[in-house]
Ligand binder design. Structure first.
Ligand code: SIN
Ligand code: CO
Length: 375
């Protein structure tokens, strides 16, 4: 009997969670998730070997030493590993396994643009990625096996680190709380909280629902790129120049003209475009992977259409951004697209309620391009 699709339910009203815990303090939520039996360890290991999938292996336990094998991984990498003390990490599993991505609908109490991806780890007994902190919010969902979580101090880039060239491991962690996570248990951690999770058996799979917190430096770079892409090259000019009495300095008027000329390139429409383009671009493009439609259909017979796991949608008035590209919508297309952007699975009934001729055409196009899949 196949289990249901992955699901997470907050054990309190979302307003209470946001007020008391979100970005503030950790929360351990026993038995808050279900339907986490797929992918199993073998499927995850197979995915880790696929082209374009970001994967790594961390070996080590206790006080180290720690070693990192960065992907792309070869099949032989598993031969060299012992029975214990290693972890395989696979990034953006939701992009490749659409069934997994359906869990993300359970986080609809937050805006979709805030979600990044689902990373998964498979660890053998003693396996861990070492004591560290993440810069992003994360929900750590135990899918199988048992993991002991130790929670420590709030840390930042100035916190003392172990001298490893590639792994950012904390050298000190004052354990403030400890939880043993079993299948279905969920640990929410805000950014910066030190944590160390050690597998207690060799069947330990943990899903990390990670959030996107745009880095303003990177956002500025995107904005500059978008503004410059459409700007004509214009040079400073000074046909009204009068004789200078101090050739050694940059006169105020010249400085102001230079700065104004550069800042004028910051066109408000291009700035908005940069923001929407960035927030609607998936972390990885996994469109060449098929939708696991059979699995999904077996687990929920009501679903008529699913969004591919690597399709990101963001509404902007009468436009929608789909994986970094803007599409103008007619009045008759907007209700369908709003539905498509609000959730990841759709029943026949939901689709019929918003379907028109032109909406159907657009949906067909997106199905052909692989952004959605009928079941
Ligand atoms: C893991 O799944 O092993 C590590 C996840 C984390 O600590 O962020
Ligand atoms: Co972490």
């Amino acid at each position: 009997m196949p289990s249901s699709l992955p699901e997470f339910v907050l054990p309190m009203p979302a307003e209470d969670f946001l007020r008391e815990y979100w970005q503030k303090q950790p929360l351990f939520m026993p038995a808050a998730a279900s339907g986490l039996d797929s992918p199993d360890a073998d499927t995850l290991a197979g995915l880790a070997l696929e082209d374009g999938v970001e994967a790594r292996i961390i070996e080590g336990a206790g006080n180290g030493p720690w070693s990192l094998t960065q992907g792309p991984l070869e099949e032989t990498v598993f031969d060299g590993l012992g029975e214990e003390n290693w972890t395989l990490l696979v990034q953006s599993v939701d992009h490749f396994l659409t069934e997994t991505s359906l869990l993300l609908d359970c986080f609809n109490f937050l805006p979709n643009w805030r979600l990044e991806d689902i990373m998964m780890s498979y660890a053998t007994r003693g396996g861990s990625v070492g004591p560290h902190f993440d810069r992003y919010d994360v929900f750590l969902i135990q899918a199988s096996g048992t993991r002991r979580w130790q929670i420590g101090q709030v840390s930042d880039d100035n916190s003392p680190r172990q001298p490893h060239p590639d792994l950012k491991l904390l050298s000190e962690m004052a354990v403030e709380e400890e939880f043993v996570a079993r299948p279905g248990d969920v640990l929410y951690l805000p950014p910066g909280v030190a944590h160390h999770g050690v597998a207690e058996d060799s069947d330990c799979i943990t899903w990390s629902v990670g959030f996107r917190a745009p880095d303003y430096q990177m956002l500025m770079a995107e904005i500059a790129g978008e503004c410059l892409a459409e700007a004509d090259s214009e040079l400073f000019s000074d046909p009204q120049r009068t004789i200078t009495d101090n050739p050694a300095v940059l006169a105020d008027a010249d400085r102001q003209q230079l700065v104004r000329g550069a800042l004028d390139l910051l066109n408000p429409e291009a700035i908005e475009r940069a923001v929407y383009r960035w927030l609607s671009t998936p972390r990885q493009d996994g469109l060449e992977f098929a939708v696991d439609d059979h699995h999904i259909r077996m687990r929920d017979g009501q679903i008529a259409l699913v969004r591919h796991g690597s399709t990101r949608l963001l509404m902007q008035g009468n436009r929608v951004w789909l994986n970094g590209e803007a599409h103008s919508l007619t009045e008759k297309q907007r209700p369908l697209v709003h539905l498509l952007a609000s959730q990841r699975r759709y029943t026949q009934h939901e689709l019929e309620a918003v379907m028109t001729d032109t909406a159907q055409e657009l949906l067909h196009e997106w199905i052909e391009q692989g952004y959605f899949a009928p079941l």
